[in-house]
Design a protein around this ligand. Sequence first.
Ligand SMILES: Nc1ncnc2c1ncn2[C@@H]1O[C@H](COP(=O)(O)OP(=O)(O)OP(=O)(O)O)[C@@H](O)[C@H]1O
Length: 234
Amino acid sequence: MGGIVQFDNVGLRYGTGAETLSDISFTLAAGAFYVLTGPSGAGKTSLLKLLYLAQRPSRGLIQLFGEDIVTMPRSRLPGFRRRIGVVFQDFRLVPYLSAYDNVALPLRVAGVSERELDEPVREMLAWVGLANRAAARPATLSGGEQQRVAIARAVIGRPELLVADEPTGNVDPEMAGRLIHLFDALNKLGTTIVVATHDAHLINRIGHARMMRLDRGRLEDPTGALRHPPTRPA
Ligand SMILES: Nc1ncnc2c1ncn2[C@@H]1O[C@H](COP(=O)(O)OP(=O)(O)OP(=O)(O)O)[C@@H](O)[C@H]1O
């Protein structure tokens, strides 16, 4: 399988300070499951932001789905973003929408009819243990419940790439197991997954994951998972 993401010598600098990320080069294989680890402040969230196109690099080349996204006109970025599911560290649910409507959002944006989306939305809410909270607004949900809505919203549209930032930070081990099962099921359907986490328990439960480790803005490749020949455009 080919690379779905390729970084070549990518650097990221916020403002005029030192680089937060330096010399980042890797290829993500389509359909694989990656776990990104590293100490707090190493740059994990920054790397994920580059992946889900919330941040442009200060230098280097990024290809996503076979296209150079650094020089791509801004008008084309929203179309690319719709192919990526994101679980944000701070959830970013739409505050005036119910849990049901937050989860339904990607399907509505994709033009799925109300009749067709009702069953998958209810199934997904049940899977994350929120069947009886469908009508609740985010402000009335606990942190762990909000996180589960955010995960349900990110996976329901079966994105080509799923990027999740500390997705089990607010849930108990049993729920973490269910969420991993959900990521696994999505991965089996072909979605490439990148999960950033500190959670050793989570890392141990995803036996087939390829490890990526960031330390002070530089990427280590402890298991050789990222060593693919670069696939440059002809
Ligand atoms: N928008 C920003 N502007 C300036 N500096 C930033 C910004 N976002 C992050 N940084 C800095 O970049 C560095 C890396 O932060 P980042 O959030 O990517 O690390 P992290 O590995 O995800 O940490 P954690 O595990 O604590 O979430 C930190 O020093 C942080 O202060």
